[in-house]
Write a protein that binds this ligand. Structure first.
Ligand SMILES: NC(=O)c1ccc[n+]([C@@H]2O[C@H](COP(=O)([O-])OP(=O)(O)OC[C@H]3O[C@@H](n4cnc5c(N)ncnc54)[C@H](OP(=O)(O)O)[C@@H]3O)[C@@H](O)[C@H]2O)c1
Length: 325
């Protein structure tokens, strides 16, 4: 048996014991050292049917640990490899990382670069992996010399990693936040300026003053529409999230008058080659000490309590789940 959190439609989420699963065709068994608490994990804990597609479900869209058994036909990893899995259905359509053992699709595993300890990989997690995907996408269109870039949802997981990654590449980063008390922490991560998210969150004109060379957005809604409307000619905005709203009340004007590009980011189904590129970027360019400032560690029982706090936007930075607790 193995310790795990189970979410079901009939009982409240709880720490319990489940059978150690066997890996099937193309799957690997991972002895999980760490997972993390993402926005999506909070939704799974609340039984959101768009996330919790299995009943019962072990949440945890991140899995970090060591491969201990392989199913037939696995060539991507070997027993003993230190690995990370972000998304790929974990904690949604299949059991995830909030368990001491997890069976995962081996093709989506990334063997951890040596420079990355397991707890740092969990601190990065899906949020940081998504930030890296966003930075890789933005860099195809925007150079640091093009002008300032804006990061929304700055106190959140994606924002907290996007800021130092962009700053390390030489971009001048403005952080947007609804929590002015976090301004100093955001500057320490690498933001040069901090703006109140209220200045961006109301529906504005379809075209606005050309201000940003680009942006990394994780909130959607009117904020994303305003970013598109205030991006300079040829700039780009990445969109990965909906913390403000799933709607996008925009017009075609930023696209046809300024050649602005809207770049969609999906971490769940990212192909293996892109996963490896994003993790190589994180290994090379993210300072562990910076992320450690906005990371805390909890056990499984506490993770259940923190999920709703993340969804409510009350958690700053990243929360690691340590499976040894
Ligand atoms: N596409 C993908 O593959 C992918 C992967 C990871 C995450 N996501 C999505 O990206 C979003 C952010 O994820 P995360 O892990 O960073 O979540 P998070 O840690 O909860 O951070 C979200 C941040 O958004 C800001 N925010 C919250 N409510 C808001 C509102 N009503 N209006 C404007 N800003 C608001 C808050 O930052 P401030 O307090 O600083 O304003 C909050 O900290 C979520 O929607 C998540 O589902 C998508």
């Amino acid at each position: 048996m193995t310790r795990a959190v189970l979410v079901s439609s009939s009982t409240a989420p709880a720490v319990t014991e489940i059978d150690v699963p066997d890996p099937g065709e193309g799957e690997a068994l991972v002895d999980v050292a760490f997972s993390s608490v993402n926005y999506k994990d909070g939704l799974a804990l609340a039984g959101d049917p768009g996330v919790a597609r299995l009943d019962p479900l072990v949440p945890g869209i991140d899995v970090v640990g060591t491969v201990s058994a392989l199913g037939p036909g696995v060539h991507d990893v070997r027993i003993g490899d230190r690995v990370v899995l972000n998304g790929a259905g974990a904690g949604e359509t299949r059991h995830g990382g909030w368990a001491a053992h997890a069976v995962v699709p081996s093709a989506s595993l990334v063997v951890l670069p040596e420079a990355i300890p397991e707890d740092f990989a969990a601190a990065i997690g899906t949020a940081g992996f998504t930030a890296a995907l966003s930075v890789l996408a933005l860099a195809r269109f925007v150079e640091p010399s093009d002008g300032p870039v804006l990061v929304t949802g700055s106190s959140g997981g994606v924002g907290s990693v996007a800021i130092p990654l962009l700053a390390a590449r030489g971009y001048r980063v403005t952080a947007s936040t609804g929590r002015p008390a976090n301004a100093d922490a955001l500057r320490m991560l690498g933001a040069t300026d901090v703006v109140d998210r209220a200045t961006l969150s109301e529906r504005g004109k379809p075209m606005q003053k050309a201000t940003w060379a680009g942006a990394v957005d994780s909130v959607g809604g009117a904020t994303l529409a305003n970013l598109l409307a205030s991006t300079k000619w040829g700039g780009a905005v990445t969109a990965c999230g909906l913390a403000q709203d799933v709607a996008l009340p925009t017009t075609v004007l930023p696209f046809i008058l300024r050649g602005v590009s809207l770049l969609g980011i999906n971490s769940v189904d990212a192909p293996a080659s892109l996963r490896r590129r994003a993790w190589a970027l994180l290994a090379e360019e993210l300072d562990p000490a910076l992320l450690a400032r906005v990371t805390r560690t909890v056990g499984l029982a506490e993770a259940i309590e923190i999920g709703p706090e993340v969804v409510a936007g009350r958690v700053h930075g990243r929360t690691i789940v340590d499976l040894s607790y």
